[in-house]
Ligand binder design. Structure first.
Ligand SMILES: Cc1cc2nc3c(=O)[nH]c(=O)nc-3n(C[C@H](O)[C@H](O)[C@H](O)COP(=O)(O)OP(=O)(O)OC[C@H]3O[C@@H](n4cnc5c(N)ncnc54)[C@H](O)[C@@H]3O)c2cc1C
Ligand SMILES: NC(=O)c1ccc[n+]([C@@H]2O[C@H](COP(=O)([O-])OP(=O)(O)OC[C@H]3O[C@@H](n4cnc5c(N)ncnc54)[C@H](OP(=O)(O)O)[C@@H]3O)[C@@H](O)[C@H]2O)c1
Length: 416
């Protein structure tokens, strides 16, 4: 066992980093390989890798410039004494603003009748929601008399409730807000408000038996643009843009799972549902099942926007099918036709067979989007139990949620 952890990550390098999407894709999904070198780090399929990233240099530079801070000033952070530049780059999340900072504006901005530099009310995630929230939360007595470009009343409206703050923050980072209100903070004041930098977790996409000394990921890069500035996710941009295969060090650690594991008996059948980056642990599962042998059948449901541009790991999947390792591969390309086709539609189309597999003791795995996909797939399973198991809705729900999930532990999820 090695002692590497989020507080003491193993510093390694990325040895392979390439885009899995075909030309013309709306997405940027990457296959990223890390060397485990002499770390002694080991992992099993189903585990996740923790990655410690840094803020993009252009954001740190802009922040220093907007606030007129001295990059070499010494500051003390939770990681000890260091230059302000290093603290902003490595110790705090400065790529996205937080609620505490927005709330601090109330003390910084005084009512002056001064016009602010950008229109606040017109740039929100959901304009209707914003208008409703803002109107409801500004005291009625203030509504007609306060000019909408008065900074103090704007801050009051923005901080009226959590939803208003979230909507405001969706399109702005610290730099946008500092410019918008022309506010100045001392470095100490700012670091007190900013969030500490947190590691991100990624489902491991490789079996250590198949790739000794390496760990591989499938990563969806988060990029967007607001107010004319390119922005995005901290860790995904770091891996895509700053680290790449340059040899620069990047901190990693293992985050083992107790529950998202393969059946001990290699003769047990498994169904895997992993659209988008959700395919990651199932590439690992397949590599492990091929390595371990056994007669258990493997059925993968995969999908994404288009077969032409999002068929990740196509060659590997085709060779598993050709060699008889993958018993069935079912796809759901959501945007290759008029109507959306998602994995849960395919599951239901194959409901009779899925039910037969459940009756024979198959394990069911799901990985990927938690907010919508996992909920819809869960519902599809209940409907399959009703339709093909002849159960009432209550019995079907009990079977999926209690029997399969809690008691028999053969409905397993890795969703995020
Ligand atoms: C157990 C586990 C396993 C995971 N496995 C994987 C995996 O295999 N592959 C993978 O890619 N990810 C995986 N994730 C997600 C991963 O951990 C990160 O959350 C993800 O990569 C984003 O990290 P980031 O630092 O780049 O983005 P962050 O800096 O954390 O930013 C992400 C946030 O950006 C905001 N955002 C996104 N789009 C927009 C937009 N258009 N406008 C404004 N704001 C926006 C959202 O609030 C979002 O939460 C997993 C998560 C968990 C918990
Ligand atoms: N926590 C985070 O910070 C973070 C960061 C990055 C990603 N994520 C999550 O991880 C997920 C994975 O992203 P990804 O790019 O790999 O894939 P994705 O966005 O989940 O898309 C994969 C496929 O799922 C489809 N889909 C959309 N809604 C669905 C639903 N309700 N049921 C079933 N399928 C559905 C998509 O179709 P359409 O696109 O055609 O609708 C697409 O074909 C994202 O959805 C996101 O929620 C989270």
């Amino acid at each position: 066992m090695s002692d590497w952890s989020s507080k003491n990550p193993y510093m390694t390098e990325i040895t392979e980093n390439f885009i899995l999407n075909g030309e013309g894709s709306r997405k940027e999904t990457r296959h990223i390989v890390f060397a485990l070198g002499d770390s002694g780090l080991d992992y099993k399929v189903g585990d996740a890798l923790g990655v410690l990233a840094e803020n993009p240099p252009h954001i740190v530079e802009e922040l220093l410039e907007v606030q007129g801070w001295n990059r070499d000033a010494t500051v003390t952070t939770h990681n000890g004494e260091r230059s302000l530049y290093d603290a902003l780059k490595k110790d705090f999340e400065v790529h996205m603003a937080n609620k505490k900072f927005v709330q601090s504006l109330a003390e910084k901005v005084v009512s002056s009748g001064m016009k602010i530099s950008m229109s606040i009310v017109s740039r929100t995630r959901n304009e209707d929601a914003w208008s409703a929230t803002a109107d409801q939360n500004i005291p009625p007595s203030l509504r007609p008399s306060v000019p909408s470009d008065d900074p103090a009343s704007q801050v009051e409206a923005i901080t009226a409730d959590t939803k208003a703050i979230e909507d405001y923050l969706w399109t702005r980072d610290y730099i946008d807000i500092m410019r918008e209100f022309d506010v100045k903070y001392s470095p100490e004041e700012f670091l007190e408000l900013a969030d500490r930098l947190k590691p991100r977790l990624y489902s491991i996409a490789s079996s250590h038996d198949a790739h000794p000394g390496f760990v591989e990921l499938t990563v969806g890069i988060v990029r967007f643009e607001y107010n004319g500035r390119a922005r995005g996710g901290l860790c995904t941009q770091f891996m895509a843009d700053e680290i790449d295969t340059s040899g620069a060090p990047i901190g990693v650690f293992m985050s083992p799972t107790k529950s998202f594991v393969l059946p001990e008996d290699t003769d047990t059948d498994i169904i895997m549902v992993g659209p988008g980056t959700g395919i990651a642990p199932f590439r690992a599962f397949m590599e492990q099942r091929v390595h371990d042998g056994g007669s258990g059948k493997n059925w993968l449901f995969f999908g994404d926007q288009s077969e032409k541009t999002e068929f990740y790991y196509k060659d590997e999947i085709e060779s598993w099918i050709d060699e008889g390792h993958m018993w069935r591969f079912t796809t759901a390309w959501s945007r290759d036709q008029e109507e959306k086709i998602y994995v849960q539609h395919r599951l239901k189309e194959h409901g009779a067979e899925v039910w037969e597999w459940f009756e024979r003791g198959a394990y069911f795995y799901i990985c990927g989007d938690k907010q919508y996909m996992a909920k819809d797939v869960h519902r599809a399973l209940i409907e399959i139990a009703m339709e093909h198991g002849g159960m009432s809705e209550d019995d079907a729900t009990h079977f999926i949620e209690k029997t399969m999930m809690r008691e028999e532990k053969r409905y397993l999820r890795d969703v995020y």
